[in-house]
Design a binder for this molecule. Sequence first.
Ligand SMILES: Nc1ncnc2c1ncn2[C@@H]1O[C@H](COP(=O)(O)OP(=O)(O)OP(=O)(O)O)[C@@H](O)[C@H]1O
Ligand SMILES: [Mg+2]
Length: 212
Amino acid sequence: MRHIVVLNEKGGSGKSTLATNIASYFATEGAAVALADYDSQRSSLDWLERRPDNRVKIAGVAGFEDGLRHAPRSADIIVIDAPARTRGPELVDLIKHAETIVVPVLPSPIDMQAASNFLRGLKEVPKIAKKNAKIGVVANRVRENTLIYEDLDEYLTKARVPYIAALRDAQNYVRAYTRGIGIFELPEYMAWPDWYEWEPLTAWLRTKRSQP
Ligand SMILES: Nc1ncnc2c1ncn2[C@@H]1O[C@H](COP(=O)(O)OP(=O)(O)OP(=O)(O)O)[C@@H](O)[C@H]1O
Ligand SMILES: [Mg+2]
């Protein structure tokens, strides 16, 4: 069983958006997926409640209540949607089983500074320091050809963490969330630019272990 945690101390960076889409991606690829929501805001569980019956099933786990105790043992992949402000012992506990950590970052100076502090702290967690989990940063809600995106691009390229993908700011994410599906479940004519942007991220997620 693999554990993929979507994490960033900063609120609103796209953790739930990425967690639901990662869950939908693996589910549509045929894996047995559980989505564990550790945030009492329940964004991921609300998304699952909206999920139409005819879509491939994803199990919901109320992680904020009792962790992974009720996670289905048959799951191939558990995607964990972390709450904002996760730090200290809570952070260590959350990434205990994870071998893959995805950190979404928004292209704003405040978010970039916060992400840089967060990533520095994350790298000091013994498990990460021993390279027992891989971390990937995803630029989220980017609008290309804007100055601030170039700053984020430069910052992420320089930061010594793998910068995996840049995802545009798109209504498709909002549309998909509202319908309880992922962008991979939207029609191709509508979502192909997003599928294309996700390719490096899904390729990275598919490879297990070892720091890239
Ligand atoms: N790539 C995107 N394009 C357009 N809207 C997006 C994108 N990513 C996230 N959003 C929107 O931004 C808002 C915040 O995203 P989300 O809820 O995923 O962040 P979060 O990190 O889970 O927030 P919180 O810290 O509150 O849990 C939501 O309204 C979501 O629909
Ligand atoms: Mg969230």
